[in-house]
Design a protein around this ligand. Structure first.
Ligand code: MG
Length: 213
């Protein structure tokens, strides 16, 4: 059985921003020539089966559905051609974002972590799928809100693909077993309110369900 992220207290969560051109556009951001990344602390992981509680400090929390890699080997300065050896399974998660807070810190040129790293902001599927069972360069994933599809992405639209993300990040950070990489969200991000239910899918497999409180 796979160890879940919440059982690993020494892990870090690395998130890629602006990795789908249509999403960058919807938030009025230019796309970048290098991956944009930020961190969430391990306390951001939403405990298994818990609802998502909208924090008091925001009036505009957005869902961002993302394909998630789990690192399975220790590495630094990983060459892109070897990067595929550093993950064997794919999960799905939500990078919850306090959009109002993010707009405020962005306008001031400050870091995003206040808007991105709060408790419960990292939803992660319990189940991970072996990458051998998937076509990683043409993988459909989606999010429904109250049964209606709100985001639908395909990994072929990523600006930086998994191996290039790992090569890039590992220039700066040692990657450790259990680290999670959220690989960016497609367009269609939007707000949640109390009572909403979000469900995430990789192809036709339901990966998680989250109730918003
Ligand atoms: Mg994101």
């Amino acid at each position: 059985m796979i160890k879940t992220a919440t059982e690993n207290s020494n892990m870090k969560i690395i998130c890629i921003g602006r990795n789908y051109a249509e999403h960058a556009k919807e938030l009025g951001n230019a796309t970048s020539t290098e991956p944009v990344f930020f961190l969430k602390p391990d306390t951001a992981i939403s405990p298994k089966g818990h609802p998502f509680f909208i924090p008091d400090f925001t009036d505009n929390v957005h869902y961002e559905v993302e394909v998630v890699l789990r690192i399975n080997r220790l590495g630094k300065h990983i060459e892109e051609r070897f990067a595929h050896k550093y993950y064997s399974e794919i999960g799905l998660g939500i990078d919850f974002t306090a959009r109002d807070v993010q707009e405020e810190v962005k306008a001031k040129g400050l870091p995003w972590e206040k808007a991105k790293g709060f408790d419960g902001s990292a939803v992660i599927s319990r189940q991970f799928i072996s990458k051998d069972d998937l076509n990683l360069s043409d993988l459909n994933f989606s999010l429904t809100k109250n049964g209606e599809t709100v985001q639908s992405g395909n990994t072929k639209d990523m600006l930086f693909h998994f191996d290039s993300i790992i090569a890039y990040i590992s220039q700066f950070y040692t990657l450790k077993i259990g680290d999670l990489i959220y690989t960016g969200t497609p367009s269609g991000v939007g707000p949640v309110k109390s009572g909403d239910t979000l469900e995430g899918f990789i192809e036709d497999d339901k990966m998680f369900r989250v109730n918003v409180k």
